[in-house]
Design a protein around this ligand. Structure first.
Ligand code: C5P
Length: 289
């Protein structure tokens, strides 16, 4: 006889992984005011964590381990409200956000939190939206939300929402956090930003890190970041993700990444992480059924 324990409840925890832009080219500016990009998104197996439970009061509440992220500014709250209104849901949700991804760091933390809320509440509230529908909603909140909704490392174009999943295999990186909060809008509005990079043809066999067009304006705004990049290059090739400020170094193995992180941590705040093709959010969703 199979005994089901009625007290067994599924975990309320949902992962919100960080991302890297392995390269980033700005190929133009559209009439919407947004820039056209080509980028290679690498999903990481490290990030924020959200506890999400539904309530019957209809309220959306949020608490967070960081005091300086107000509920009003938090796009994960905006995501919950947007989904509730779009699907005419009466229930509410209580969100507890455990932030580990630094903000203004080019790692997509806020966008990933919002994507996790959309994916989790779509399931918990039984909204029945498809991934493309959730991604379309998410795009209204930020250009990086769709990649986290789809949950795959991907080649991206447009604002970052035209996605083609790629297989990068397991890769290893050391992240260097300079502790600078960079304004994405400030970088895209900067006079030094090159906006006419030649579009590349996607080459699935050569998905390597490369140039980031945002480095020039970011280094003009934060010269210390350029100095850190030069210093860290003693340990390997150094790249910048998104509009910064995080720098990253790719390594062939976990062992070499951990070794380099051990040496770099005397100077900087660093973390060794693994790149994955499939987001831990998708694994969590399959567990939900
Ligand atoms: O979408 P997200 O909130 O990340 O963008 C912040 C700002 O960065 C936008 O308001 C826009 O000024 C700029 N941006 C852009 N082109 C992109 C992405 C962002 O001009 N592809």
């Amino acid at each position: 006889m199979v005994v089901t324990r009625a007290t067994e409840t599924p975990s309320e925890l949902w992962p919100a992984p960080a991302k890297l832009n392995l390269f980033l080219r700005v190929t133009g500016k559209s009439s919407s005011g947004y820039h056209d990009l080509q980028t290679l998104f690498q999903i990481l197996n490290w990030g924020d964590e959200l506890s999400i439970s539904i309530n019957h009061s209809g309220n959306i509440t949020r608490s967070c381990n960081l005091k300086d992220l107000s509920e009003a500014e938090d796009i994960s709250v905006k995501a919950a409200r947007m989904l509730k209104s779009c699907c005419d849901i009466r229930m509410g949700a209580d969100i507890v956000l455990n932030k580990r991804i630094p903000m203004g760091a080019g790692l997509g933390g806020g966008s990933s939190d919002a994507a996790t809320v959309l994916v989790a509440l779509n399931s918990l509230w039984s909204c029945g939206l498809t991934s493309p529908q959730l991604a379309e909603l998410g795009l209204q909140l930020g250009a990086d939300v769709p990649v986290f909704v789809h949950g795959c490392s991907a080649w991206a174009e447009g604002r970052g929402e035209k996605l083609q999943a790629v297989s990068l295999g397991s890769r290893h990186y050391v992240l260097v956090f300079p502790g600078l909060h960079v304004s994405t809008a400030g970088v895209f509005n900067h006079a030094a930003l090159k906006r006419d990079s030649k579009p590349l043809e996607i080459q699935l066999s050569r998905l390597a890190p490369g140039r980031n067009d945002c480095e020039i304006p970011v280094f003009a705004m934060y010269p210390e970041l350029k100095r850190i990049k030069q210093e860290a290059s003693h340990w390997g090739q150094v790249y910048m993700t998104g509009t910064g400020s995080t720098l990253f170094l790719p390594f062939d193995s976990e062992k070499s990444a951990i070794k380099a992180a051990g040496e770099l941590k005397c100077r900087y705040n660093v973390r060794a992480v693994e790149g994955v093709d499939r987001s831990p959010l998708l694994d969590r969703l399959s567990f939900e059924g």
